[in-house]
Design a protein around this ligand. Sequence first.
Ligand code: HEM
Length: 136
Amino acid sequence: MVMLRNLFKVSYQRAIVPDFYGFFELFYKKLIARGPDISRLFARTDMDRQVKMLMQSITHVTAFSATLEPTDELDFISKLHGRDKLDLPSAYYDIWLDCLLETVSEKDPKYDDHVNRAWRTVMAPGIEYMKSFCSR
Ligand code: HEM
């Protein structure tokens, strides 16, 4: 039996915990490299603050797969990205997740297909929840 949540947790410990700033810096580099439509969104963003916010918010996204109860923070982020504010196309979330997994693959020395599956599975419900606030 493969224990996905545990696999996710140990990968998180290897990939993010030793240098969370380096992890999210690399992640944002990849995300911004995906094209001008995405890089434009972050043109005026304080990346220092952004890295810290994202690090905290990952916890709310991954916890959601266990509880299916959005925390106030997850609700806040979902609405911020949704139709009434940033109004992101839902396809951006797939790009976002691809960039995250690419970053994990470079930062986790034990990265393999099982680790990829564990991240995707633990993130999926939270991302689906966030997507439900999109208009397109
Ligand atoms: C599960 C996925 C995501 C999570 C957990 C997440 C998390 C966050 C958080 C915590 C903030 C900061 C909120 C604040 O300032 O209080 C933020 C802002 C933002 N996010 Fe996301 N985000 C996600 C997906 C995306 C995607 C897919 C995009 C676009 C490709 C995106 C673009 C932005 C932008 C443009 C901001 C505002 C930056 C600014 O204040 O200048 N996010 N996000």
